[in-house]
Ligand binder design. Structure first.
Ligand code: NAD
Ligand code: GLY
Length: 356
């Protein structure tokens, strides 16, 4: 089992990554002096596949978890779903050391994390991410929250887990499109911080796609290391953590402009990353090689890279972006593979139109 540590003083925590490691989660939680009762939050897709192994593991360490299911889907990452969970948790008589265990993709992780951050003003949170995106991104770094009908991730907190456990065996049941969404984020880490990792991905994309366990573990571990290093420097997203949003300015706008149904998050981010790299190139920040190699790798993975809607629609949808400061859109731009910078784009429409 590999371990990555997120070093945040007294809020530091380990991320354990391995294959067939779910049964170890109870033992790994021993050092947190948890109470004998807690809650497991999951959904009807993931629960039947993996809950039992997690429940038994905690049971063996003397912790009885009550399993609670939330329906599957982004629409249940809501204040209503959180309120329904508070109602079901209240009669269980938990105390301040009762763990909330999140078992699922990013939706469950963000929602259960929000409940853990707020119920009784904070209970210990254990993240067991089961999608590739959750293993390399959402379970790490402490952003928890819910959506409002008007905008995603608008209500939330920074609330670090006490432990993250990623079992790559869970990825075998993940739909291929969801697997590719996680790969888009993995490619992002190479571009923003680690050229050698990007090159490793170019050489090993086929192995990862075929489910090679060693390759998947290495890619999850390296991604977590890169995200941990960013979070350690800017936990509360006041500066350089913005680099994690490479590809997301256009990606989020694309998801909105296509009604959140045509493109998956990973597909939108893939297109957004290529657009950002091409704009960087046009601005003279990097060579043609950067967008070329990025596009080639994403295509190898099976992700789209071309703009499916007009630039006007994208720019109109950029309004709610959290990177909108002083009424200007900030883009994460590439200087090289492995090096990025954050800068405002004064005329995003012109920048996008110039790519056509
Ligand atoms: P998701 O949680 O909806 O999972 C995708 C689908 O895969 C769901 O149907 C889920 O039930 C299913 N699934 C998960 N694991 C499975 C498995 N092992 N086998 C079979 N099916 C499985 O989506 P996601 O892509 O994991 O996460 C997206 C969410 O994460 C969004 O809400 C996004 O805002 C959030 N997010 C948060 C952060 C953060 O820092 N907190 C970062 C990135 C994304
Ligand atoms: N996913 C972006 C962040 O964690 O900051």
């Amino acid at each position: 089992m590999e371990t990555v540590t997120v070093s945040l003083g007294d809020r530091s925590y380990p991320i354990y990554i391995g294959a067939e490691v779910l049964p170890e989660v109870g033992g790994l939680s021993r050092s947190f002096s948890l109470s004998g009762r807690g809650v497991l939050i999951t959904n009807p897709v993931v629960g039947p596949l993996y809950s039992q192994r997690v429940l038994s593991s905690f049971e063996q360490t003397g912790i009885a978890l009550t399993p609670l299911e939330v329906p599957d889907g982004e629409e249940f990452k809501s204040l209503q779903a959180a309120a329904a969970l508070y109602d079901r948790i209240l009669p269980l008589g938990l105390d301040r050391r009762s763990p909330i265990v999140a078992l699922g993709g990013g939706v469950i992780g963000d929602l259960a994390g929000f409940v853990a951050a707020t119920f009784m003003r904070g209970l210990p949170l254990i993240q067991i991410p089961t999608s590739l995106l959750a293993q390399v991104d959402s379970s790490v770094g402490g952003k928890v929250g819910v959506n409002l009908p008007q905008a995603k991730n608008m209500v939330g907190a920074f609330y670090q887990p006490c432990l993250v456990l990623s079992d790559v065996r869970c990825l075998r049941t993940l739909p291929p499109r969801e697997f590719r969404a996680g790969l888009a984020e993995i490619v992002k880490y190479g571009v923003i911080a680690d050229k050698a990792f990007f090159e490793w991905l170019e050489a090993n994309a086929a192995a990862i796609l075929s489910g090679d366990q060693g390759a998947v573990i290495h890619s999850v571990e390296t991604s977590c290391r890169i995200k941990a290093a960013v979070v350690e420097r800017d936990e509360r997203d006041e500066g350089m953590r913005a680099v994690l949003n490479f590809g997301h300015t256009v990606g989020h706008a694309l998801e909105a402009a296509t009604g959140y149904s045509e493109l998956s998050h990973g597909e939108a981010i893939a297109i957004g990353m290529v657009v950002a790299a091409r704009i960087s190139c046009q601005m003279g920040l990097c060579s043609e090689e950067v967008p070329f190699r990025l596009e080639r790798l994403l295509q190898q993975i099976g992700l789209p890279t071309g703009l499916p809607v007009d630039p006007e629609n994208i720019v109109n949808a950029m309004g709610y972006d959290k990177k909108l400061r002083d009424n200007m859109n900030y883009f994460v731009l590439t200087k090289d593979l492995g090096a990025v910078t954050v800068a405002p784009i004064l005329d995003p429409l012109q920048a996008l139109q110039s790519l056509r």
